[in-house]
Design a protein around this ligand. Sequence first.
Ligand SMILES: NC(=O)C1=CN([C@@H]2O[C@H](COP(=O)(O)OP(=O)(O)OC[C@H]3O[C@@H](n4cnc5c(N)ncnc54)[C@H](OP(=O)(O)O)[C@@H]3O)[C@@H](O)[C@H]2O)C=CC1
Ligand SMILES: O=C(O)CCC(=O)C(=O)O
Length: 424
Amino acid sequence: MTTTSTRPFRSDNPALDNALGQLATAVEILGYHEGLHETLATPRREINVAVPLRRDDGHVQVFHGHRVQHNVSRGPGKGGLRFHPSVDIDEVRALAMLMTWKCAIVDLPFGGAKGGIDIDPSEHTPEELERVTRRYTSEIMPLIGPTQDIMAPDMGTGEREMAWVMDTYSVNVGHTIPAVVTGKPLAVGGSLGRPAATARGIVHVTASALGAAHEKLRRSRVAVQGFGKVGGHAARIFAEEGATVVAVSDQFGAVHADGGLDVPALLAHVDATGSVVGFEGADPLDGPDLLTLDVDVLVPAAVDGVITADNARDVRARYVVEGANGPTTQEADQILSKQGVTVVPDILANAGGVIVSYFEWVQANQTYWWTDDEIEDRLAHRMRSAYGDVARRAADEDLTLRDAALVIGVERVADAHKLRGLYP
Ligand SMILES: NC(=O)C1=CN([C@@H]2O[C@H](COP(=O)(O)OP(=O)(O)OC[C@H]3O[C@@H](n4cnc5c(N)ncnc54)[C@H](OP(=O)(O)O)[C@@H]3O)[C@@H](O)[C@H]2O)C=CC1
Ligand SMILES: O=C(O)CCC(=O)C(=O)O
């Protein structure tokens, strides 16, 4: 199903326009009226804050921070904090909307939220990043909390930043509140399994998608764009599960080995040098060329908007499993669908992270900690059953996996609004 140029709720920002376009598609399939569409398209709460930073050399630079709670009808807002120079309010709105559908698809008692600061972490010392993180947290204090809005890592942030968020919030409240943020270090109430959870979930849904076509993960050839928290763990776990990881990339370039990369050696190379580039035993490749390699599975796990109308026809992978949020434009999605490429959409494929964040929040609220096996089994169950729900809906209604996932997520959120009395 396509959306028309006359659809309501558009944006000049490509990421937000894409997210609004996806919502419009779901609304059209579900036959919702415009008032409900507008409710679902409109962020519930937003805060924009100035984040002045005293640099180590004494001068002051002001960054811009945002936190958007797109929807809270199913529970508190949930979603990551991004540090990237491209962050603006519209990008954060788009990412918050994706979180709403994602949490609903995997049936978590959360709404969707996201935050970000327009800062390039690679240009700052840990001391500067700590001051920025703490100032941002103080500025958005009125909006966040363990029953209001719970942060987690996203691009450019990690366990370290989450510990600073938790500490700043707790110091302001007067006692330690681990459940205000997930993706924390284990020593301050983090959960086993969270660092690799998004990647593990990606591997589970890839196995499910291949399995549905009687194909095996261990016979598949995989390319991964991005080698950070999602892409790095994904490449490692794919290789551990017996798949052949033929290429990976980061912002500096890509490496390719037709017979398969030695992923542990590559991880060690990145630890030592800061990039995949220059890894011995692999050929250099231009970053964008990774997207059009002849592989079974392509995992975009870096930035948004990388598969577009310009390169979608050149994609030779049979499965695109979206580790990143919003890596495929709507036009590209339609091209891939016509080419018979199975796209496992972001809101399903990368939900493993927020699932284990939910487990972390539950554990923090109970102050009782689960084992690795308990977390892994529960993650596997949720990912595989969500994949089953989406695949069944797609088959029953002749939809792509993306449209089926959107329809399930949007419907669950709309049902919550209806049950709470907003709509007859
Ligand atoms: N972290 C999580 O739990 C979740 C993350 N996501 C999504 O996954 C994506 C990646 O997030 P995450 O791994 O956490 O972020 P990280 O910051 O940990 O890693 C990002 C990676 O992308 C690379 N990169 C940046 N720009 C490009 C580019 N133009 N081409 C190729 N690679 C590039 C970076 O390269 P370099 O190392 O050189 O900087 C880095 O390897 C984002 O879209 C995020 O929203 C989704 C669900 C959960
Ligand atoms: O773990 C979380 O709460 C959210 C992770 C995230 O930002 C995402 O799934 O995009």
